[in-house]
Design a protein around this ligand. Structure first.
Ligand code: P6P
Length: 330
């Protein structure tokens, strides 16, 4: 029996807690911490528009506070919420070169996150997102955080999710038992289940790629894009990964950020962009690879390493991979 649409995120998390007897509420606490921080970030984003207008002639916002980049603000909010929640001992964040040790010595979990992806889109009022992955630490509780705690392959994730700050604010996450989406009701300050058991269409007719990269990509990818055009697929590229991913997940489609001559490993980060969305994609019946290898099986060798990303409807990812392979042979 599925959960009724409209159940709050809190009630939903509690109802699913029995799925994780070993987690005894720890994972639930982390998800609540992330949801709380996302509500605060959501409010800051909405205010930013206003403060940017008034702050356009100075670096302070309407409250007269020092204007900080929203991705810095978001990073602080998520780190603070996870520190207070007590269940997370370390965070890998796009905003920090080094691992953030939260000093929660009893924290059994590690979070990898991009607090605010696509923040350059804020000034032009385009949707942006938070992306996160949750792992269990592998070294003994209370011992110093080791790189092996934070550089785990995506197939070790215990949970992953994203927040999309769009025309409505949504939190979408998985704990390995399917994907569920929640929509934020501002007037009540609550997320409500709006997209239970999300399943991506197996195939699609939307491709998302920055075609400005055409001169820098492999012949095989050029061929795949040409094939999409020949099939009259729609090109949709928002320039905001979470927004493009979310649309493709719901409607079917593929998002590609490829290897290029200038950036052979592409632009997106493995630990807190590709892995998180790949876990969600696979839980929703979609797929994610680097054009050849399953994203979730990539063994990380550095915190902020990049990876090419082909993610979305399984049939489209498979076709893209096959086109790349065939081009290599000829
Ligand atoms: P480009 C935003 O900076 C981001 O990380 C993703 O959200 C987005 O899909 C991509 O980069 C856009 O990159 O090179 O096409 O502008």
């Amino acid at each position: 029996m599925g959960s009724p649409v409209g159940i709050t995120l809190d009630r939903f998390i509690k109802s699913k807690q029995d799925d994780f007897p070993f987690a005894s509420g720890e994972l639930s606490q982390i998800l609540r911490d992330i949801a709380l921080a996302s509500k605060i970030v959501n409010r800051e984003i909405n205010r930013a528009g206003l403060s940017n207008i008034s702050g356009a002639y100075g670096s302070t916002n309407v409250q007269g506070e020092e204007q900080q980049n929203l991705d810095v603000v978001a990073n602080i909010r998520f780190c603070r919420a996870l520190t207070k929640g007590g269940e997370v001992c370390a965070i890998v964040s796009e905003e920090d070169d080094e691992v953030i040790d939260l000093q929660n010595s009893s924290g059994k979990y590690v979070v990898a996150m991009d607090p605010l992806d696509g923040s350059s889109n804020i000034d032009v009022n385009i949707s942006i997102g938070t992306i996160f992955s949750i792992y269990r630490r592998v070294t003994p509780l209370g011992s110093p955080i080791q790189l092996e705690d934070v550089m785990q392959p995506g197939n070790k994730q215990v949970a992953a999710g994203y927040v999309l700050y769009g025309s409505s604010t949504m939190l979408v996450y998985t704990t390995g038992r399917g994907v569920n989406g929640f929509t934020y009701e501002h007037s009540l300050g609550e997320f409500f289940l709006s997209h239970p058991k999300m399943k991506a269409p197996l195939d699609g007719k939307i491709y998302s790629i920055n075609e400005g990269l055409d001169s820098q990509i492999d012949e095989g990818l050029k061929q795949y894009i040409a094939d999409c055009k020949a099939k009259n697929f729609s090109a949709r590229y928002i320039g905001s990964l979470v927004a493009d991913f979310h649309r493709n997940l719901l409607k079917g489609g593929i998002y590609i950020y490829p290897s290029t001559t200038k950036a052979p490993k592409g632009k997106l980060r493995l630990l807190y962009e590709a892995n998180s969305l790949a876990f969600i994609a696979e839980q929703a019946g979609a797929s994610a690879s680097d054009g050849e290898n399953r994203i979730l099986d990539i063994i990380p060798d550095s915190l902020h390493q990049r990876t090419p990303l082909y993610i979305g409807s399984t049939e489209m990812v498979k076709t893209a991979e096959q086109t790349l392979r065939e081009a290599k042979v000829h």
